[in-house]
Design a protein around this ligand. Structure first.
Ligand SMILES: Nc1ncnc2c1ncn2[C@@H]1O[C@H](COP(=O)(O)OP(=O)(O)OP(=O)(O)O)[C@@H](O)[C@H]1O
Ligand SMILES: [Mg+2]
Length: 450
C-alpha cells in the first residue's frame, strides 16, 4: 500500500536548528515544511493542511506557546510537539496544558525526536477518530501488535481499564510495552480528548518533587516569580502516567499518596488545596510487592496504585507474536526509509523465535531497524543477524569454534535458563552483573559492530 507521507511543519528561529530538524525528519520519510517564525508558520497553516506542527518554545515575537494556542483553537486535528530548552520543564508543562500532544526537552537524539513525532501523530489521529466516532467504536488495542493468548488477556484488561477511571498499575520487564499500554488505555477511554501527561518520577530530584507534581504559587520560594502549574494540573481532565514508580523517593511517595486519597492537590506556597480530576496510570519494571517487603515502597501507596493490575508478559512468552511484531517493524521501518520491506528467511525467523529477548519488544524493534538500515537485500537470512541471534540459530555443534563463541553460547544459555534475569544469570555464572552486561554487549555487538 503506497503510504502518503505525513506533512510536518517545523518552526524554529535558529536557522541551523531548523535545518537539522527538517533534514532529520525528511530522512524519516515525512514531508517537511519549515518556518522561521510563528507568523510564517500561521501563514503556512492557512495555505495547506498539516498533520503535525513541531515548534520551538522560545522565539522572538510570538512564542511557541502562542502557536500551540493557535493550532489548538483552529486545527483540533493537527498534532503539536513543543520543543523546550534545557531546564524549562515548566514551559513544557504549560504547553501540554494548552493542548500540545508531546514535548521534547533539549538535548534530544534523532531517535527521541522520531519517537516523539510518531507518538504525537498517533495522538492527533486518535483525536480525529474520537471526533468522528463515538470513542467506543475505535478498538482499544490500537498499535498493540500480537494475538498470542497472553496478549489477548492483556488486551481484555486494557479494554476494561479504558471503560473505567480506576487507577491502573502496569508491570513488566523493560521494553514490554508498558507505556504503549498506558497510552492505549487513555486514547480509547472517555479522556482521549484531554492530555496524556507522562512523567518519569524516578528522574525528578526529591527536593523538586512537590513543585513539579503540584506546581507552585508566585512568591512560594526564592525565584518563584510567577505561579506555575505542575504535572497534576497539566493532566487535569486527562491521564497522568507515572513511569518508573518503583524508583520514587520516599518523600514523594507520601505526597502522592495524599493527592490520590484526597483527589486534590496543594500548590507549593498555596493556602488551599484545589480539586483535580486526574486518572493515574503507573508503571514499573520492578516488583513493587518486594519493594514493599523491603520497606522501600509504601504499602498504602502500593494498594492505592494497584487497583487494576496489568502485567505485560515478556516477549519470550508470547509465542508466535514475535513473527507478527517482526513483520510490523519491518514494514514500519521500511516505510520510513522509503524501501520495500525485506523478507526474513525461515532460518532467520527460527533464530528470532529462539532468542530470549532480554530487552523484549524494544530490542526487537531496534534490531529490525538496524537490519532495514544496514542491508539492502530483499531477504534477510540468519547469517545477517547479529552473532547473539546467530548462536541461537546454530544447530550443529562443530568442534572448530573459538573460545569466545563457546563462552557466548554458554552465557546465552544460562541467561535463557534464568528467564532473562541478568542478576540470576550472573550469580549462576559466578560473575558480577556488570561483567555479564559487558559480555552481553560484546556478544550482541557481533563481529560487524566491533
Ligand atoms: N505489542 C506491541 N506492538 C507494537 N509495538 C510495541 C508493542 N510493545 C511494545 N512496542 C514498542 O516497543 C517499544 C517499547 O515499548 P514501551 O516504551 O511501551 O516499553 P516499556 O515497557 O515502557 O519499556 P521500559 O520499561 O524500558 O520503559 C516502543 O517503541 C513500543 O511502541
Ligand atoms: Mg517505559
Amino acid at each position: 500500500m503506497p503510504a502518503v507521507p505525513e506533512r510536518l511543519l517545523v518552526v524554529d528561529d535558529t536557522p541551523t536548528a531548523l535545518e537539522i530538524l527538517s533534514r532529520t525528519l525528511t530522512a524519516c520519510g515525512y514531508a517537511v515544511t519549515s518556518s522561521a517564525s510563528v507568523a510564517e508558520a500561521v501563514r503556512a497553516l492557512e495555505a495547506g493542511p498539516f498533520d503535525l506542527v513541531l515548534t520551538d518554545y522560545r522565539m522572538p515575537g510570538a512564542s511557541g506557546m502562542d502557536l500551540v494556542r493557535h493550532v489548538r483553537e483552529n486545527l483540533p486535528g493537527t498534532g503539536v510537539v513543543m520543543v523546550t530548552g534545557y531546564g524549562s520543564i515548566q514551559g513544557a508543562v504549560s504547553a501540554v496544558k494548552l493542548g500540545a500532544d508531546e514535548y521534547l526537552a533539549k538535548p534530544f537524539t534523532d531517535d527521541e525526536l522520531e519517537a516523539c513525532v510518531r507518538r504525537a501523530l498517533e495522538a492527533a489521529a486518535a483525536r480525529r477518530a474520537a471526533g468522528r466516532l463515538a470513542s467506543a467504536v475505535v478498538g482499544p488495542s490500537r498499535g498493540i501488535v500480537g494475538g498470542s493468548a497472553a496478549m489477548r488477556a492483556v488486551r481484555a484488561l486494557i479494554e476494561r481499564a479504558a471503560r473505567s477511571t480506576a487507577t491502573v498499575l502496569i508491570t513488566g520487564e523493560s521494553g514490554t510495552g508498558k507505556e504503549l499500554a498506558a497510552r492505549a488505555i487513555h486514547y480509547s477511554g472517555a479522556r482521549a480528548a484531554a492530555a496524556f501527561v507522562a512523567v518519569n518520577v524516578a528522574a525528578i530530584p526529591e527536593p523538586l518533587a512537590e513543585s513539579e507534581l503540584f506546581g507552585y504559587v508566585r512568591g512560594a520560594f526564592t525565584g518563584a516569580l510567577e505561579t506555575r502549574a505542575g504535572f497534576f494540573q497539566a493532566a487535569d481532565g486527562g491521564t497522568l502516567f507515572l513511569d518508573e514508580v518503583g524508583g520514587m523517593p520516599p518523600g514523594m511517595q507520601a505526597k502522592l499518596l495524599r493527592a490520590l486519597q484526597d483527589r486534590e492537590v496543594t500548590m507549593v506556597g498555596a493556602r488551599r488545596a484545589t480539586r483535580v480530576d486526574v486518572r493515574v496510570i503507573s508503571a514499573t519494571n520492578q516488583d513493587l510487592a518486594t519493594l514493599v517487603g523491603r520497606g522501600a515502597f509504601r504499602e498504602d501507596l502500593y494498594y492505592r496504585l494497584n487497583v487494576l493490575a496489568i502485567e505485560l508478559p515478556p516477549l519470550r512468552d508470547r509465542g508466535d507474536d514475535i513473527f507478527e511484531l517482526a513483520g510490523h517493524f519491518l514494514r514500519q521501518y521500511a516505510r520510513e526509509h522509503g524501501r520495500e520491506p525485506p523478507r526474513l528467511t525461515r532460518r532467520a525467523l527460527a533464530a528470532l523465535r529462539r532468542h530470549v529477548w532480554p530487552g523484549n519488544v524494544r530490542e526487537l524493534a531496534n534490531l529490525v531497524q538496524r537490519l532495514v538500515v544496514m542491508t539492502e537485500e530483499p531477504e534477510i537470512d540468519a547469517a545477517d543477524l547479529p552473532s547473539l541471534l546467530r548462536f541461537a540459530a546454530a544447530s550443529g555443534r562443530g568442534a572448530a569454534r573459538t573460545l569466545a563463541e563457546v563462552e557466548a553460547e554458554h552465557v546465552l544459555a544460562v541467561l535463557a535458563g534464568a528467564g532473562g534475569n541478568r542478576t540470576r544469570a550472573a550469580e549462576i555464572l559466578g560473575i558480577d552483573r556488570k561483567t555479564l552486561g559487558q559480555k552481553l554487549r560484546r556478544i550482541q555487538g557481533g563481529p560487524d559492530h566491533g
